[in-house]
Write a protein that binds this ligand. Structure first.
Ligand SMILES: [Zn+2]
Length: 461
């Protein structure tokens, strides 16, 4: 697979978080005379390469910030990108978008291969407002603030300071009093920051609503469908999906809960009863640390497809704890204090190398996250020959096909994590039940978000 740049317009050594480096190249694209279809194609490739290079610098800065939210210099580097590059980049990108749209029309590059790029760019031109640039900067900083608050969260439990992902394993303890104590410890720790987090959310809702109104929309919901280039479905489809989940998935979830309650011999299911094995067999222990997780995941992919196994191996051995600072590492997996919450795959568009961030803490759900994010990484790697950066990624709805299918396709090979057949089958059952009970969770959040942004004046109460 080639990682060479598509054009030599951007120097090989390039810091896309330094505006003085970025600006002259952007201006060169704005000023360039384009007088033929061939010149248009070259202009597009150059713009693509420049955006890929800026995107990669931003990606590395973001990855390092989320890998160590307590490191002031990494925080400052990301803040500096948010304040000094992104807001200056957006108005120029708007000028370039207008130019792209005009040139595409002039040289008849609006259909076939060019159709989606043309359609998305035309939408971006419609939506751009100067006054939304500072709002977007503030929104990105609120997001960073949230990561910082969550990265700091730890609890004293079992005689040690533990991150919240590390607390997950107690939810599988066969001892109900341990599960309850762990759940309460985590919930009270979160509650300590509830004022700060709720304030961030209130501010985000208000700013998003303002951005939508600035762009001439009645509410953020209508605005964001267009901003996210959702042209193939609208809110009515989202609501129909919520209803379908309520009708078809919820009865199954209720049945699972009833069985669980009966098997555990409980009068009432409480939040701390939902992750334990209903037959009280104690916690699954699929792996010990990031390196072990990678070795076992690699062995599973090798059996599923040697090609995927090889692709996965190029990402590293899982022992890295330094974000992208550690040479060629493409993985930072183990949970530790200071890491932002969650997990993600981030494609670095210039080198065309993906990065996987996780908070692994030895649980089965980490196995699912690992193969899930690896699925996103394979998707990115298989797209890396596409010349235009805008076509090297898919909308999030489709991206999840690549990732969630990996959760299911690797299932036959989970004996790498679970030498005992009983444990492997427990994990498979958990996976299948989880695939369906995930849907109501998704629909609940999606319905809530639609409601919040259609009713932005409701208080948090
Ligand atoms: Zn995903």
């Amino acid at each position: 697979m080639t990682t060479s740049p598509a054009t030599d317009f951007v120097p090989a050594v390039f810091n896309g978080t330094d505006w003085s480096v970025v600006e002259p190249l952007l201006n060169a694209l704005v000023d360039r005379e384009v007088s033929s279809a061939e010149e248009y194609e070259k202009w597009l490739l150059d713009r693509s390469e420049l955006e890929a290079a800026i995107g990669e610098s931003a990606a590395n800065t973001y990855i390092n910030m989320t890998c160590d939210t307590a490191d002031e210099s990494k925080q400052a580097a990301w803040t500096s990108y948010l304040e000094n590059v992104a807001p200056k980049f957006k108005p120029v990108a708007f000028v370039l978008d207008k130019k792209l749209k005009e040139l595409a029309e002039k040289f008849s590059k609006t259909d076939g291969y060019h159709e989606v790029l043309y359609r998305d760019t035309a939408a971006d031109v419609d939506l751009f407002r100067d006054e939304n640039v500072p709002l977007e900067t503030e929104l990105a900083k609120l997001d960073q603030e949230y990561d910082k608050i969550c990265g700091k969260m730890t609890v004293e439990f079992d005689g040690e300071e533990k991150t919240l992902p590390m607390m997950g394993k107690y939810s599988e303890s066969a001892d109900r009093s341990i599960r309850e104590a762990a759940w309460r410890a985590v919930a009270s720790r979160r509650l300590e920051d509830q004022e700060a987090i709720s304030a961030i959310y209130d501010e985000m809702v208000a700013k998003r609503d303002q951005a939508a109104k600035n762009a001439g929309f009645a509410n953020f919901v209508e605005y964001i469908y267009k901003a996210k280039h959702r042209f193939d479905y609208d809110t009515s489809h989202a609501y129909a999906f919520h209803d379908a989940i309520e009708q078809h998935a919820m009865p199954f979830v209720e049945k699972l809960d009833a069985t669980r309650k009966k098997e555990l011999g409980l009068d009432a299911l409480r939040p701390w009863d939902l992750n334990v094995d209903p037959k009280s067999r104690g916690e699954l222990k699929p792996f010990t640390n990031g390196a072990d997780l990678v070795a076992k995941t690699k062995a599973s992919f090798d059996k599923l497809s040697p090609e995927l196994g090889e692709m996965f191996a190029t990402m590293g051995d899982g022992s890295n704890t330094n974000g992208t600072d550690n040479g060629n590492a493409s993985l930072d997996l183990d949970s530790r204090k200071g890491k932002a919450p969650g997990g993600y795959q981030y494609m670095r568009d210039r080198s065309r190398k993906p990065f996987i961030f996780m908070n692994a803490a030895g649980q089965h759900r980490d196995v699912e996250t690992m193969v899930h994010e690896a699925g996103h990484a394979f998707h990115s790697m298989y797209s890396d020959q596409e010349p235009l950066v805008w076509y090297r990624s898919a909308p999030i709805e489709f991206c999840e096909v690549a990732s969630m299918s990996m959760e299911l396709l690797t299932m036959p090979y989970w004996d790498n994590f679970y030498p005992s057949e009983e444990d492997a089958n427990r994990a498979r059952r958990k996976q299948l039940e989880g695939s369906i009970s995930l849907l109501p969770w998704i629909a609940t959040i999606d319905a809530f978000q639609h409601w919040v942004y259609l009713n932005p004046n409701h208080s948090r109460d």
